[in-house]
Design a protein around this ligand. Structure first.
Ligand code: AP5
Ligand code: MG
Ligand code: ZN
Length: 215
């Protein structure tokens, strides 16, 4: 399976990708996670990326494309992968198709997780992530048992720098103008399907697996 996960900020792409990894052992390639790791490591790429991320804007294509190309060459991607948060605009989608044409391994599916815009603000302002294992929580919907601590590994939970109301508004605008056109892009290729992204995380996961033809 070579899958592109589409969906607005906060739709649950990362949450569902983590469940797919657990159950099927396919790696998740999240450009947001890769960029945040570069920011944390203080690399020059990370410094450049941070100025865009803090404003809720897209990081320049050349930065992201280089990163994805490197990642796709790694051995674990031979058995398939889940692209989460990439591509983000038509230029990235076209560049990805070119990369995969060269490797002769086209995408097998694009799946959108659909959540009404009104639900997204609370999901994003309430999100907390474990520094140790990356597990995600939500103080409104799916709180950790102990405040600020991960249920799974006891790690410290943090809030993302771009999960502030003003930045979230900008991210949602950028999504509508630049990323939403990808629905048509993948529809035309005949590989687009969608699931309702409201309800419990497990219910949505069932719908995701059904839609992808996974058992
Ligand atoms: P990125 O990290 O990709 O963020 P995003 O697209 O804004 O998406 P999120 O990670 O915020 O949401 P998600 O759908 O993964 O939701 P999650 O599962 O966490 O990008 C960040 C920035 O990096 C961009 O703004 C840009 O600057 C840059 N960037 C990244 N990729 C780029 C690219 N390709 N090109 C250029 N720039 C790029 O869930 C959210 C919350 O909801 C959690 O708290 C979760 O617990 C909760 N939740 C999940 N499911 C449910 C449910 N069913 N019910 C209730 N709560 C739920
Ligand atoms: Mg995410
Ligand atoms: Zn943890």
């Amino acid at each position: 399976m070579r899958l592109v996960l589409l969906g607005a900020p906060g739709a649950g792409k990362g949450t569902q990708a983590k469940k797919l990894i657990e159950k099927y052992g396919i790696p998740q390639i999240s450009t947001g996670d890769l960029l945040r790791a570069a920011v944390a490591a203080g690399t020059s790429l990370g410094k450049e990326a941070k100025s865009f991320m803090d404003k809720g804007e897209l990081v320049p294509d050349r930065v992201v494309l280089g990163m994805v190309e490197e990642r796709l060459k790694q051995d674990d991607c031979k058995k398939g992968y889940i692209l989460d948060g990439f591509p983000r605009n038509t230029a990235q989608a076209e560049a990805l198709d070119k990369m995969l044409d060269t490797l002769k391994v086209p995408l097998t599916a694009a799946l959108s997780v659909d959540v009404p815009f009104d639900d997204l603000m609370k999901r994003l302002t309430g999100r907390r992530t474990c520094k140790g294992c990356g597990q995600m929580y939500n103080v409104f919907f799916n709180a950790p048992k102990k405040d600020g601590k991960c249920d799974k590994c006891g790690g410290e939970l943090f809030q993302r720098d771009d999960d502030k109301e003003e930045t979230i508004k900008k991210r949602l605008d950028v999504y509508s103008s630049q990323t939403a056109p990808l629905f048509d892009y993948y529809k035309k290729k005949g590989i687009l399907s969608s699931v309702n992204g409201t309800g419990s995380i497990d219910e949505i996961f069932k719908a995701v697996c059904n839609s992808l033809g996974l058992k």
